[in-house]
Design a protein around this ligand. Sequence first.
Ligand code: KIV
Ligand code: NA
Length: 270
Amino acid sequence: MTTVTDLRGKAGVEPITMLTAYDAPTARIVDEAGVDVILVGDSVGNAVLGHDSTLPVTVDQIASHTAAVTRAVEDALVVADLPFLSFGVDEAESVRNAGRMLKEANADAVKLESGAHTVSLTERLVELGIPVMAHLGLTPQRVNELGGYTRQGTSEEDANAIVDLARAHEEAGAFSLVLEHVPANLAAHVTDELDVPTIGIGAGPDCDGQVLVFHDAVGLSEWVPPFATRFGDVRGEMERAVDDYVTAVEDGTFPAPEHSHVEEDLDSLY
Ligand code: KIV
Ligand code: NA
């Protein structure tokens, strides 16, 4: 069982690994590989549910996918991502939505896309016993406002704002911070400034840990962002298996005799 305290203790000591997972079989694979943190990301919207952004993802969907993941996981810390507008509109509603992830779905913590508007909410959640992973830099729930999935923190003013917000969320009690699509030197600086671990995606090698979307990492996604690497070709293997199945049914080699059973008592009837 990995706890948020274990994770804090790893900052600057050994690299932290984090991957997303949205279902029991992939969560089992990720957990058995020894990955420290499993994120049930709102990237489920793109990776699994066929949406072209994370915006339509609901609290019920994240709760359902998180429950599937926690049923399969033994060791990793499981973090549930709070979807667009499920937090930040109203504090009581935000707390209830975050609380559902722990009460109903057995998550260990929540992640929320952070900004000036989430400092006091982070403090409130932590006070109530809901550990919070913060998320700065590119926050994809703001894609419409940002005008695209663009690199963040590229000007001095924007970079300083990220450093200040990172500190504010650490002070508010966040146990870790995701930095997405920011310059590597900015991520290195934030990592130096904070005691809690930073987890980077498109943020260079100097964060305390790295995170990727499972479907990108294993090569199941049709498209991967430029900062990701496919470590496998799961898509190719799935295509091969499905092609072989179709061929075997069409040419009559599946099912073979060992896949079925003839009941001799019925021989006289049929
Ligand atoms: O939803 C997600 O997968 C994420 C990670 C990319 C950090 O937020
Ligand atoms: Na996310």
